[in-house]
Design a protein around this ligand. Structure first.
Ligand SMILES: *Cc1c(COP(=O)(O)O)cnc(C)c1O
Length: 382
């Protein structure tokens, strides 16, 4: 028997409350009963996003919402500035290219946050830029980019700030309206503790104005149509009904656990504990400067087979910890502590990493990582 632990930065484990809610018999979506549920979930999503704009639900993973963000606000040939500091930054560029935009990359070393001055310089150099595309939390490098500073650069220009918040929404306190974000997207299988299959997206007033002019092709992901339906507490197409039940359960669970502020605090402590554990184990953090509270990136010591390490953790020890993506494949581990993750998940993750490294011949003294994490985690119970 192998007990499984899912400690990746997504998909993440789903609390029983949400699993049970998703087992609710499917109701028809054109009913008052569903509209009431939909209205409540819409309210919960606006609170989560920190916006007075409607938050739309798409039957897609986060990448679908990223595509919708682009196609609904931009036009063929538009110049966009992309913060490219990881795999998901590259995804913005791929989407932009696929739809005939002209992306300009602000390249950032993987593992480091973007310097906001570099974004400003790109905007000064290309004053016709219509949008800046960025990840708030770049999950592939476990970096948190400085969103507020970037927002200061876009706010007073005729330029949208389009943010992939897939591992920052529900993780970091960054209310969309107050921060100055124009388009914000997230997906269900990260901090929202649900299976993959629903994405959330909201547009600021400035972005909705851009949507009136945007000429990129869109049909299923036509957000103007989605908004009209949402205003009538329904959706244009069949919504992911069971996921909407799941969202309601998650919002209720968060509300009865101290609200999102308590969740942000828990995230901060878990991430701090994970980093303390990594250092105490004698390992190197991938992103020491501006780490994301969603996941901790750990450099795999030289001489250790990184791919083999991830397989050993997963197949022999039952612990799923993500490896690296793209150019970081085989070189890092990414310990997720997002969503339903708690104190003891971090301890288990660090213990498993130490044990797997010891098995692969690395010079590791067992127990130092978990002990350092425990010291930080005591804060959760004070
Ligand atoms: C997971 C993730 C995505 C991709 O989401 P999918 O659900 O796989 O479409 C995009 N951006 C970030 C930052 C992510 O963490």
């Amino acid at each position: 028997m192998l007990k499984r632990y899912l400690l990746a930065p997504g998909p993440t484990s789903v609390p029983p409350e949400a699993l049970l809610a998703m087992a609710t018999p499917v109701v028809h979506h054109r009913t008052p009963e569903f509209s009431e549920l939909f209205r409540q979930v819409g309210q919960g999503s606006r609170e989560l996003f920190g916006t007075s704009s409607p938050v739309l639900i798409l039957a897609a993973t986060g990448s679908g919402a990223m595509e919708a963000a682009v196609t609904n606000t931009l036009s063929r040939g538009d110049r966009v500035v992309v913060v490219e500091g990881g795999k998901f930054g590259e995804r913005w560029t791929e989407i932009a290219r696929a739809f005939g935009l002209c992306p300009v990359a602000v390249e950032v070393e993987w593992g480091r946050p973007v310097d906001p001055a570099d974004v400003t310089r790109a905007l000064d150099r290309y004053p016709d830029t219509k949008a800046v595309l960025v990840q708030h939390s770049e999950t592939s490098t476990t970096v948190l980019h400085p969103l507020e500073e970037i927002a200061r650069a876009t706010r007073d220009r005729d330029c949208l700030l389009i943010v992939d918040g897939i591992t920052s929404v529900g993780v970091v306190d960054a209310p969309m309206d107050a921060t100055g974000v124009d388009v914000l997207v997230t997906g269900s299988q990260k901090a929202l503790m649900l299976p993959p299959g629903a994405a959330l997206i909201a547009l600021s007033e400035k972005a909705w104005r851009a949507a009136e002019r945007a000429d990129l092709p869109r049909q299923y992901f036509d957000l103007t149509r989605a908004r009209r339906s949402a205003e009538a507490d329904t959706t244009a197409w069949t919504p992911p009904i069971s996921m909407v039940y799941g969202l309601k359960a998650v919002y209720d669970l968060v509300a009865t656990s101290g609200g999102w502020d308590a969740a942000y605090r828990r995230q901060r402590i878990l991430a701090e504990a994970a980093r303390a554990g990594v250092r105490a184990a004698g390992l190197e953090l991938l992103a020491p400067e501006s780490p994301s509270p969603a996941a901790t990136g750990i450099r795999i010591p030289d001489g250790v087979d990184g791919r083999g390490l991830v397989r050993h953790l997963r197949d022999v020890m039952g612990v799923t910890i993500a490896g690296g993506q793209g150019r970081l494949e085989g070189r890092i581990l990414r310990l997720g502590h997002i969503g339903y993750a708690d104190t003891f998940d971090v301890v288990v993750g660090l213990a498993a990493i130490e044990m797997a490294l010891a098995n692969s011949g690395a010079d590791i003294k067992l127990g130092r990582g978990p002990a350092a994490a425990q010291e930080v985690l005591l804060d959760m119970y004070r």
